[in-house]
Write a protein of this length. Structure first.
Length: 30
């Protein structure tokens, strides 16, 4: 069970990083 929680945390962390990269990219393009 703990492994699943770790995987979920990693996935959420990756989504957060991707979102920040996308926002930064939009800021550079506009």
């Amino acid at each position: 069970m703990q492994e699943r929680i770790m995987v979920l945390l990693l996935e959420v962390d990756n989504v957060d990083v991707l979102t920040r990269l996308i926002e930064a990219n939009d800021a550079l393009n506009n």
